[in-house]
Design a protein around this ligand. Structure first.
Ligand SMILES: NC(=O)c1ccc[n+]([C@@H]2O[C@H](COP(=O)([O-])OP(=O)(O)OC[C@H]3O[C@@H](n4cnc5c(N)ncnc54)[C@H](O)[C@@H]3O)[C@@H](O)[C@H]2O)c1
Length: 371
């Protein structure tokens, strides 16, 4: 599986000479299941371990696992952002700690480093990425590396080479309420343009070379555990922190800006379920997933059921407001529901209750008072 929210720095079938005299054909090396699987399993894995970047402390376990070829070996790129660590926890419960490698270009916090394999991978360094996949016998690549929408606009030169997908893959000429899986996609952010590029390249490689490319378009993801990373939907995380700390929140989006959102627990579960879905059930390679859609005013009203004193002011930021106005207000995820049984567990009331409880607990652990 290439990616879930994201696609891949695109490989084309090629013959690659590896140091140490090993020569190997690498078509479909990002595949979960690919045409060349048999060839892949014949590779002498030890013979490929020339690189100083090999993760030696985790390799000891690999030999005992090789008797279970059905267990996936997963690499998550951009794994230190909002979503990677939580997904790694879920996948490690399912497939074993050593079979799920987190990677990023940042230094991991101690607890993340101690919780399982972590390596440096810059997805713009194609050779390093390829080495990591080969040396560690990766079969599923989950591509989370990204510069989110608002940050991407400020760094236009960088995200063109990275690949990912989301509501940002749509633009003002797409149907907005709801946006179906297949429709006109003319996004006006570099974030969105790179998402569409990745979706199309992944689907091309699937149809042409049998790459098991799978891509999910996430809505705005709401999580208490990690700070937001520069997305247009970040207000929907910040409002909970501000409600509990000061009781006041200033929104950078207008009160009536409706966007699709999802609790992080649903996001991780959707990702795992889509990874596990039998290939024969998939009528698409890129699916929308949805849970709820709300405006800043609606989430504020729901929070006031718990914290009646919450005050919200609105000061729209021109960059983020323009981005939000070009995105879908709702996602049509009927294909995901029909093909692989997607169902969200959280609607707005459950999300608000869960977020307030989780952030209250965090604050009390840190000795902070709650408004
Ligand atoms: N969080 C959301 O609300 C949301 C919504 C829709 C889609 N998505 C998509 O899901 C994926 C994960 O989201 P997230 O919120 O965890 O993102 P994030 O911005 O929090 O994290 C992205 C990570 O990518 C890393 N990164 C940046 N450049 C890199 C490079 N060249 N090589 C390797 N790593 C690099 C960053 O260091 C960062 O840790 C992204 O593709 C994002 O576009 C997220």
């Amino acid at each position: 599986m290439v990616s879930l929210s994201d696609a891949v720095p695109v490989p084309t079938p090629q013959c690659t000479s590896l140091p140490g005299g090993v020569s190997v054909m690498l078509p479909g090396w990002l595949c979960r299941v690919c045409r060349n699987r048999a060839r892949w399993h014949h590779l002498p894995a030890r013979g490929l371990s020339w690189s100083p970047r090999q993760i030696s402390r985790w390799n000891k376990q690999e030999s005992s696992e090789s008797s279970q070829p059905e267990t996936p070996r997963v690499l998550i790129t951009g794994g230190l952002g909002q979503l990677g660590v939580g997904l790694a926890q879920l996948l490690r419960k399912q497939y074993g700690t050593d079979n799920v490698i987190l990677s990023d270009i940042k230094k991991p916090p101690t607890e993340v480093f101690n919780s399982g394999p972590f390596v440096y991978v810059d997805v713009l360094d194609y050779k390093n990425l390829r080495e990591m996949l080969v040396n560690n016998r990766i079969t599923w690549l989950v591509h989370y590396s990204a510069l989110l929408s608002a940050v991407g606009e400020a760094n236009v030169a960088r995200p063109q080479d990275q690949h990912h997908s989301t509501i940002g893959a749509f633009g003002p000429s797409s149907p907005r309420d709801p946006a179906p899986d297949l429709c006109v996609q003319r996004p006006r952010t570099i974030y969105g343009v790179s998402k569409v590029h990745a979706e199309l390249m992944g689907e091309y490689l699937h149809h042409k070379y049998g790459l098991d490319f799978r891509c999910l378009r996430y809505p705005g993801i709401i999580s208490a555990d990690t700070p937001p990373g520069g997305g247009t939907t970040d207000y929907a995380v910040q409002i909970f922190h501000d409600a509990l700390s000061s009781g006041r929140f200033q929104s950078y989006l207008r009160a009536d800006t409706r966007l699709p959102m999802m609790h992080v627990g649903d996001c991780h579960r959707a990702t795992l379920e889509y990874l596990q879905a039998p290939d024969c059930q998939l009528s698409l390679r890129t699916y929308n997933i949805a849970a709820m859609s709300f405006t800043p005013e609606e989430v504020a009203q729901e929070i006031r059921k718990h914290l009646p004193h919450l005050q919200v002011t609105y000061r729209p930021d021109p960059v983020r407001q323009t981005i939000a106005d070009s995105w879908p207000m709702r996602f049509d995820d009927s294909n995901a529901r029909r093909d692989w049984g997607w169902r969200p567990a959280y609607q707005l009331p459950e999300l608000v209750t869960d977020m307030l409880e989780a952030i209250r607990q965090q604050r009390s652990r840190e000795g902070l008072c709650t408004s």
